[in-house]
Design a protein around this ligand. Structure first.
Ligand code: HEC
Length: 178
């Protein structure tokens, strides 16, 4: 009986070895299935995802309703990003940047006692909501050469709130957008 069992065991072992070697041989003959993964990688890909994301980022935001309905308290919080360089109260000192009282609705380079760059002096605009929005989104892009080394506020809601609050820092705040 034990001899028979040994024979069976040996047969199973040989069978297993055979299966293994056939497997190795077929591997060597047909190669790994890497061909299919190369084909997949070579696929041009969907691309729609990336294009969609770009479109979303570039979608124009209507800022005026955002500014009109923004919460000034949120804007005051956002002004923390400006405080290193700007004061905002009436008669406040200039720091790295000019005091910003009366700037909304004022002329560009609105103070006589601040040494503006040619970039800001050359703007020759009124700081209305639209100009301020574009400047604060990307100062260097809007006024190339400006001394205001600030990356900008990219979030439309935050920018709107900040502009809404800054508009109140004036002797006679200009009318909000309709
Ligand atoms: C790192 C310092 C710095 C920070 C931060 C900064 N500014 Fe300025 N800002 C300046 C300087 C300097 C100028 C003058 C720019 C020039 O002459 O080119 C300026 C100019 C301005 C002007 C134009 C003023 C005028 O009289 O025409 C506005 C408006 C303004 N900043 C708003 C802001 C707001 C709002 C923030 C916060 C989101 C901010 N700045 C953050 C330094 C800064």
């Amino acid at each position: 009986m034990s001899l028979e069992a040994n024979k069976i065991a040996a047969a199973v072992l040989v069978g297993g070895l055979l299966t293994l070697s056939v497997g190795i041989a077929s591997h060597m003959i047909y190669g790994t299935p890497s061909g299919s993964s190369i084909a997949e990688a070579g696929e041009p890909g969907e691309g729609a995802g990336a294009a969609g994301a770009t479109q979303e980022a570039a979608a124009p935001v209507d800022m005026m309703p955002l500014i009109a309905s923004a919460d000034p308290a949120a804007g005051e919080k956002a002004f923390a990003k400006c405080k290193a360089c700007h004061t905002s109260e009436s008669g406040g000192p200039n720091r790295v940047g000019p005091n910003l009282w009366n700037v909304v609705g004022g002329h560009s380079a609105h103070l006589d006692n601040f040494a503006y760059s040619d970039a800001i002096k050359g703007l020759n605009i009124t700081w209305d909501f639209d100009h301020l929005d574009k400047f604060l989104e990307n100062p260097k892009g809007y006024a190339p050469g400006t001394k205001m080394t600030f990356a900008g506020i990219k979030k439309p809601e935050e920018r709107a709130a900040l502009i809404r609050w800054l508009r109140d820092q004036a002797d006679s705040p200009i009318a909000l957008p309709q």
